[in-house]
Write a protein that binds this ligand. Structure first.
Ligand code: FAD
Length: 461
């Protein structure tokens, strides 16, 4: 096992413990191994200390401590970063996982949620009022990383990206200031946080706009893996109204009770629908999905909105080994469909399904320069997402992901969604932000000239 000399001596550790209200966990503490763990098991790092922050004061103190001592700083919300940006070797981890306060304002239709919340926390709190906003499709994902990178989910076509629903954030910047960023104050920082990732500081709390969404008709319909089904899916998205969310999933059949056993582990494509329109139109949506191709299995029910964001949870527990690549498409070209059919059939495991998120509709009604998230003309955003049970298997599957990505390249945009990019995609960051990159770099120079927040898809000052 690799061990790293802790750069914090006893006196420094004491100082840090005195400065924060929450816990400081260091090597040798009984819960150190638990505290250093992140979702993606590929990142088995040994930080000098993990600060489990209790409040904004702890965030300010930890940021100041790292800056003054020139320590590497990893900020962790839900810990789902596939690139492992929520941990580091030898530096400090600022873990927001205990900062999960939420306050819904049903009259104003807004919610304020602390930076360590997961989508399970937020969906649960807002559902009590029949309200929701766009969030992740796996409930344990953090609102922090997902929202600052953009944020795609079942409601994207209707409500925009998660970052499009941000009304304001309370942000701790590299100099330790806590700034409220809204349309009225520090508007350029709110602009940057809407897609610019964790580059600009630590979001202590997010304020989101909410929408009246209580129950939805949701769940997967599976078909044989076939180009015609994917073309019919493409047509359905182009024709249907924004209240129909529908992820395309390509890979091997899961061992689900509603899928006949002969399809388990066999190449399939699935459409995971989320119809948030009126129940009277459910049958029309069912018929549309039934008409995409020969249905081999289906679980399509009315369910509370939070439930649709738990359908993948069991298949994707923490502790698997992940390596992802991201792709944006305009339309869904036939060449891309051929690549999805070819590589879907050879997915390394059932958990390695490729997920294609439609990001048209409300996502297109925001201008390319209105937020840092620049790809407002992309119609689909895909995560090529191998997930395996050992490091060796994951390393072997990287070649599959890279070949798949290369096969899609002629039919894809230069940039991709930062939250689906791998750690080896730093050279694609500029193309991801397109015309917004220079403005982001200028803001980075102003608010983080020393690049304290560099464990992310980094915008260099
Ligand atoms: P962390 O690892 O905690 O943080 C990741 C990055 O975000 C770090 O760079 C960190 O500095 C920054 N960050 C986190 N919290 C804050 C904060 N409060 N303030 C400032 N910076 C912060 N993406 C989608 O858009 N839609 C999905 O449906 C979706 N599903 C996913 C499902 C799974 C199983 C996984 C593994 C990922 C999924 N993603 C999805 C990608 C996801 O958006 C990213 O992995 C995201 O980084 C996760 O955020 P986190 O807070 O959990 O991650």
């Amino acid at each position: 096992m690799t061990t790293y000399a802790a750069p914090l001596d006893d006196q420094q550790t004491r100082r840090l413990r005195e400065a924060v209200h929450g816990d400081v966990v260091t090597p040798g503490d009984p819960d150190y191994d638990e505290a250093r763990k992140v979702y993606n098991a590929m990142h088995d790092k040994r930080p000098a200390a993990v600060v489990r922050a209790a409040d904004a004061g702890d965030v300010i103190a930890t940021v100041g401590f790292a800056r003054e001592r020139d320590l590497l700083l990893a900020v962790r919300g839900g810990s789902h970063s596939v690139s492992g940006y929520g941990t580091c070797d030898g530096g400090l981890v600022l873990d927001l996982g205990r900062m999960r306060g939420i306050r819904v304002d049903p009259q104003a239709r807004t919610v304020r949620a602390q930076g360590g919340c997961t989508w399970a926390d937020l969906d649960h709190a807002t559902h009590a009022f029949g309200l929701a906003t766009t969030g992740g499709v796996v409930s344990s994902t953090g609102i922090g990383g997902l929202t600052t990178g953009g944020g795609m989910g079942h409601l994207s076509r209707r409500c925009g990206l998660a970052c499009d629903n941000l009304v304001s954030v309370d942000l701790v910047t590299a100099d330790g200031s806590l700034l409220t960023c809204s349309r009225e104050q520090n508007a350029d920082l709110l602009w940057a946080v809407r897609g610019g990732g964790g580059n600009f500081g630590v979001v202590e709390s997010f304020e989101y706009r909410l929408h009246p969404v209580a129950d939805v008709l949701g769940g997967p319909t599976f078909y044989p893996l076939d180009g015609d089904v994917m073309r019919a899916y493409r047509e359905m998205i182009a024709e249907s109204d924004d209240r129909l969310g529908a992820l395309l999933v390509v890979g091997l059949g899961p061992p689900a009770p509603f899928l006949p056993e002969r399809w388990h582990g066999r190449p399939l494509c699935g459409v995971v629908a989320c119809w948030s329109g009126p129940q009277e139109e459910d049958d029309r949506v069912r018929a549309r999905l039934g008409g995409l191709g020969p249905v081999v299995g289906q679980y399509l029910e009315r369910m509370p909105y939070p439930a649709i964001n738990t359908l993948f949870d069991e298949m994707l527990p923490a502790g698997l080994f992940h390596y992802w690549k991201g792709v944006f498409h305009k339309g869904l070209p036939d060449g891309a469909i051929a690549a999805y059919a070819e590589y879907g059939a050879t997915a390394p495991t059932i958990q390695s399904a490729t997920v294609v998120f439609p990001i048209d509709g409300a996502c297109h009604r925001v201008g390319p320069e209105e937020s840092a998230f620049a790809y407002r003309d992309a119609d689909f955003s895909s995560a090529l997402s191998p997930a395996l049970t050992s490091r060796a298997e994951c390393e072997a599957a990287m070649g599959w992901a890279r070949d798949f990505h290369a096969a899609l390249e002629p039919y894809s945009e230069d940039g991709a969604y930062v939250n689906f990019m791998g750690p080896d995609d730093q050279d694609r960051v500029r193309s991801n932000y397109r015309q917004n990159y220079d403005r982001l770099a200028a803001l980075k120079r102003r608010f983080d000239p020393g690049n304290l927040f560099r464990l992310n898809h980094n915008i260099e000052p």
